[in-house]
Design a binder for this molecule. Structure first.
Ligand code: THU
Length: 159
């Protein structure tokens, strides 16, 4: 028997430690939470994607009475960015979430389905995507999906 250990690296930063662009992305993700459609969960998620050409696309979670028909903020944002600007890699994705009692105390981790879509977007453009996960107390900076979805399944297995 052999153990396989996979190391991941996540940096914890304070808002003040972020550069101006990352602060703006966090601000825009927070602001986007106010445009979510969440009549069922009352859990508002916002995301802001910085594209290689400098454009910033925001998106939110959109729910549906038939629950699985809704979609997370991360996928709304990436699918919209990829639809409008199919030739632009996503440089950074910032995510923020708010429950009825306010912004979260712990950085919001994207769900499994969204991680898979983040991976596909990275692989599509051949460039790691930086990911910023906001909370009131700290912000996680992840340098790419390898640190968010280790042992991932991607298109390379289908060759
Ligand atoms: N949600 C997101 O938008 N992103 C995540 O990373 C986690 C969950 C949404 C889905 C649903 O509308 C609500 O949050 C509660 O799960």
């Amino acid at each position: 028997m052999k153990e396989v250990k996979i190391e991941i690296c996540i940096r914890s930063l304070q808002y003040e430690e972020l550069n101006e662009t990352d602060r703006k992305l966090i601000d825009m993700a927070k602001e986007a939470t106010h445009r979510s459609y969440v009549p069922y969960s009352h859990f508002s998620v916002g995301a802001a994607a910085l594209l290689e050409n400098g454009k910033i696309i925001t998106g939110t979670n959109q729910e549906n009475a038939a629950y699985p028909s809704g979609i997370c903020a991360e996928r709304t944002t990436l699918f919209y960015a990829n639809s409008e600007y199919p030739d632009q890699a996503v440089d950074t994705l910032a995510i923020a979430a708010r429950s009825q009692s306010g912004y979260l105390d712990r950085p919001i981790p994207p769900c499994g389905a969204c991680r898979q879509v983040l991976l596909e977007t990275e692989q599509r453009y051949g460039k790691p995507m930086r990911i910023l996960l906001y909370s009131k107390n700290e912000i996680y900076l992840v340098n790419g999906t390898k640190d968010l979805l280790p042992l991932s399944f991607g298109g390379e297995f289908l060759d």
